[in-house]
Design a binder for this molecule. Sequence first.
Ligand code: SF4
Length: 455
Amino acid sequence: MIKVGLVSLGCAKNLIDSEIMIGHLREAGMEMTPNEREADVLIVNTCSFIDMAKRESIGTVEDAIDGRATDKKRQRQKIIVAGCLSQRFSKELPGLMPEVDAFIGLDQITQVAPIIEGLLGKKKTADQPDNLVTKQPRYIPDYDTPRFRLTPKHMAYVKVAEGCNHTCSFCIIPKIRGRHRSRTQESIVKEVEQLVKSGVKEINLISQDLTYFGMDKWTEARPNPRSPVDSSRGESLATLLRAINAIPGDFWIRLLYTHPAHWSDELIQTIAECPKVARYVDMPLQHISDRMLKIMQRETGGDYIRDLIRRIRAGIPGIAVRTTFIVGFPGETKEDFEELIEFIRETRFERAGVFRYSREEGTKAYKFDGKVHHKTIESRWNRAMVELQVVAEELNATQVGKKHRVLVEKPGLARTEWDAPEIDATVMVDKKIPVGTFADVAIKDWRGYDLVAAR
Ligand code: SF4
């Protein structure tokens, strides 16, 4: 039996691709092994969103190559590089890493089993690896796509669309993952039904731009973001949420990666009326200064964002808004940064993070003038993080004495609906509460970003 090892790097979207590859490998009768030494084939599913991720991916591939070169047991092992790195640098990598046996892209994840069979049946004669990456990926999974979940039994990621039609000047994702393409609502609902039946308690809906779900198929454009009749134009995140909310069972639906430009009053009302949708929205804002939003090509302005947050908070009581910002983008002045700090102070985000700008080859911003000195980026990042931490601690202090419904993640550790897996805070709970169940707990204390529940 062919044994395959797989290292999955990067975000939840990449994790789903790994799950799909494993699903297809198992269906083809191959065995997965956690032991790299035993693997006939080792797949590295890479990330290359920002420089740090790229370096981690390259390091992991190099470790695999070195491990094979120095270990007699692995001499015949084949190495496949998949994911965003091989998609992004499909031209350059085969020349730079001739030791790799094949590079595959996003369109090849369902063909990984025949690709492996081909590699194992073939003597390596070419001086360059097979490069199977297609330039403009089009693949999108369906509800019956073979998939082996790598997340805990009680939670799952569901990819509702792939790709992105935005042109944010700092971002390489549209060039890697292609144009936005939504699944059908029916396909997603069928997948969620299966997951809920199998015991999943938290459905995390993901895509590059969740709020654009369905809109790529609309024949008529939306007149404006305040339009109350979006779903009359076709499927949308609002229609999808109502359909998933109607599935019987006790589970949370969590929205990750929404873009501020596509929020509508209909979506706000829908979330308010769907009790299974967690009172949590993840909406990366990147900045608040009009000047920065314009050069970042975010399709939104400061006033629009402030008004949107006001409408979301007024329309969905108890909502936690999670966001991320970028500091040190080319051209960011002291005034732009101070405006951002002021915005953080006045908005008091329930959850937030800050990224240092990462200059990415192939993006528009790569060639922008006005680079910010790395020491300035560091000090801005530190200041913004301190501001966010102050708010987080003040908010945590207000939770003492309150009751929360939590989902137990590990023995003694749980999350509230304000906390996404792997990203946000945790609640320390009684170790006797079974993992994967909901529990109502009272908060008695807090530590940094985390809460402590009474026993
Ligand atoms: S919305 Fe902007 S930041 Fe997000 S994936 Fe698309 S281009 Fe990148």
